[in-house]
Ligand binder design. Structure first.
Ligand SMILES: Cc1ncc(COP(=O)(O)O)c(C=O)c1O
Length: 422
């Protein structure tokens, strides 16, 4: 995003042009920014551990065009469901370039998962005997809960530690891999995903140490090599103005140092180091353009827009902050006011107090920043407010990568019994 005087552009296209052509609310992604984010992250980790690989967590922004960008850049895919695997395969990511990290999977999930040829990453040892019903996998990974996790929004996206539902307790990790070894599995990997949006560089070496303490003992006790060790995602981005960015260089350097020191200490065959971030690649490359419909002077001043929690749920879900810019008015005098969407829910009043241009009024365009991660994918149709369109910008070229929903999309797949039609 850039300013020309006070006019906002995404890539080289004015947001006013995008809004006029495609309507609002509108998700817009900057392709070059995604590519830059990915390249920076991979290059930094590879510098300190050359046998390094990134998997993109598809759940974060699952538009096939976006997944294709990351495939072109060389990413594998981390998938949470069989449908995400099918999506990854549809854009050409196949076999062991897909990691299937589901949670509380059904037998059908396991059967289909193994059929796709993806690497299965089990969230509990109890799933392993169930998986065997569908064959002995060539390679298996287990997700470990190393006992600690954190995030930028408290427990909401803290995915490890005693209060998280994910992963295997450290005491059971050896049992899980023993089961797999005895069943005839030949190749092993291990995984953790401890939390999202961490901007503290020291966090990554810290949790790597916790994981390595667990898995190195398992490796030694069972005499197995780990082909890969996946540290999960979690590379954070700043959301609030003035918030510090993640020092990626320090995170990569210190993480690789910890990793290598364990590999050396335990005389392990050096595993491939993997990560599966998502927010870091797409978060700051995505925006929501919205329009102001009305301004209400009630107990407080409230600006009503078409960007509600149906469009971007994170503020209502997690209390997360998203910065809002106003096209053409950023240099005007400011005033404290609230801002909301159009839903019949008060959680839709997602900005209670914010300093915004005092003249903000009907017809103005707002640009919500950092909406690329867990934005569109979490949007929904409540109140008959249909999902937004998605547009990909590459320099001066804009392409619709998902059509705006229509009424037919809302009622599609519903059925009314004949007796109710009389
Ligand atoms: C298993 C798994 N891996 C990776 C990610 C990506 O996390 P992030 O966007 O914080 O990098 C997630 C996100 O929830 C996840 O559940």
């Amino acid at each position: 995003m850039k300013f020309e005087q006070d006019k906002i552009k995404i890539g080289d296209i004015p947001v006013a042009e995008l809004a006029a052509k495609y309507g609002t609310p509108l998700y817009v992604y900057d392709e070059q920014k995604i590519r830059d984010n990915y390249r920076r992250a991979v290059a930094t980790f590879k510098k300190y551990y050359p046998d390094f690989r990134m998997f993109y967590a598809v759940k974060c922004c699952n538009n096939p065009a976006i997944v294709n960008i990351l495939r072109q850049e060389g990413a594998g895919a981390d998938c949470a469901s069989v449908n995400e695997i099918l999506l990854a395969k549809s854009v050409g990511i196949t076999g062991e370039n897909i990691m299937f990290s589901g949670n509380f999977l059904s037998d059908e999930d396991l059967r289909q998962g193994i059929e796709t040829g993806a690497v299965i990453n089990l969230d509990d040892e109890s799933l392993f005997p169930r998986l065997l019903k569908f064959g002995v996998p060539e390679v298996i990974s287990f997700r470990v809960n190393p006992g600690y996790g954190k995030s930028n929004v408290g427990e909401y996206v803290t995915n490890a530690g005693p209060k998280a539902k994910f992963g295997i307790h450290p005491d059971k990790v050896t049992t899980a891999f023993r089961m797999a070894k005895e069943a005839g599995v030949k190749r092993f990997g291990v995984h953790m995903m401890t939390g999202s949006c961490i901007t503290d560089a020291d966090y990554f070496p810290f949790v790597t140490k916790l994981l390595m303490e667990i898995v190195c003992k398992t490796s030694k006790e069972l005499g197995i090599d780990f082909e890969f060790i996946d540290l999960g995602g979690g590379l954070g981005i700043p959301y609030e103005p003035g918030e510090a960015s993640l020092d990626l260089e320090a995170a990569a350097k210190k993480t690789a140092e910890v990793f290598k020191s364990f590999v050396e200490q335990y005389g392990m065959k050096p595993p491939r180091l993997e990560m599966e971030p998502a927010r870091y690649f797409v978060g700051n490359a995505g925006y929501v353009i919205g329009r102001v419909h009305a301004v209400k002077e009630s107990y407080t001043k409230i600006v009503g827009t078409d960007v509600g929690m149906n469009v971007l749920v994170r503020p209502a879900f997690y209390g997360s902050y998203h910065h809002i810019y106003v096209d053409g008015k950023e240099n005007e005098p400011r005033e404290t006011m609230g801002l909301c969407g159009q839903l019949c829910e008060n959680t839709d009043y997602w900005v209670k107090e914010r300093s915004l241009p005092a003249s903000l009024g009907p017809g103005d365009l707002i640009v919500v920043e950092n909406a690329g991660a867990y934005g569109f994918g979490m949007s929904y149709q409540y109140n008959g407010r249909l999902r937004a369109a998605e547009v990909l910008v590459n320099g001066s070229e804009a392409t619709v990568i998902r059509d705006r929903e229509t009424f037919d999309d809302m009622v599609n797949h519903t059925h009314v019994p004949d007796r109710l039609k009389k």
